[in-house]
Design a protein around this ligand. Structure first.
Ligand code: ZN
Length: 185
């Protein structure tokens, strides 16, 4: 089932999402929800989606990133991955900046600097503990997505609000900048 998106201003997007128990992960209802998350992400054209964006305040995010699908060209991809109860650790405090977009902040792009290398420890759809080391563009996508689970939107992470742009003006004036391209997360 495709779920409608919440937009900035909805209080659920500002809440800290609840952890999910392993027993709950294995329930039929939750497995259906994971299926809904995947379907909804694809339907809405995102490369990532977090559960609060579809109105469920639980610690679940999904990401699917095709290899090289942004202006940096050589960026590593990530096959469809479900992150449950993720814990983020920064491995390299050096930052990198991308123009980000968000399905919950439609029509806008903003420049955000984030750490360039992170480690995520999480449970997968079977409740098994997994680790992902993400660098470069993927690190930004992961941090954007997990931020949704703590009630943060990318606009909170912007240091210079002058670098917030409507999509059309972004393409007109910043079109060559490193960005998430047409993608929202
Ligand atoms: Zn987002």
């Amino acid at each position: 089932m495709i779920r409608p998106l919440l937009r900035m201003g909805h209080p659920i997007l500002r809440q800290t999402a609840h952890k999910v128990s392993v027993a709950d992960i294995q329930s039929a209802d939750f497995q259906q929800f994971l299926s809904d998350m995947r379907e909804s992400m694809k339907h809405h054209g995102g490369i990532g989606l977090a559960a609060p964006q579809v109105g469920e305040s639980v610690q679940v995010a999904v990401i699917e990133l095709e290899e090289g699908k942004n202006r940096y060209g050589s960026t590593e991809g990530l096959p469809f991955t479900i992150f449950i109860n993720p814990v983020l650790e920064v491995l390299d405090m050096a930052t990198q900046g991308f123009w980000e977009g968000c399905l919950s902040v439609p029509g806008l792009r903003g420049f955000v600097e984030r750490p360039r290398k992170v480690k995520v420890t999480y449970l997968n759809e079977r409740g098994e503990e997994k680790i992902l080391i993400a660098e470069n563009f993927l690190a930004t996508v992961v941090q954007h997505e997990l931020d949704h689970l703590w009630g943060h939107l990318y606009v909170d992470r912007m240091e210079d609000m002058r670098l917030l742009s409507f999509q059309e003006e972004f393409q007109q004036f910043y079109g060559q900048a490193p960005s998430l391209d047409e993608e929202d997360v």
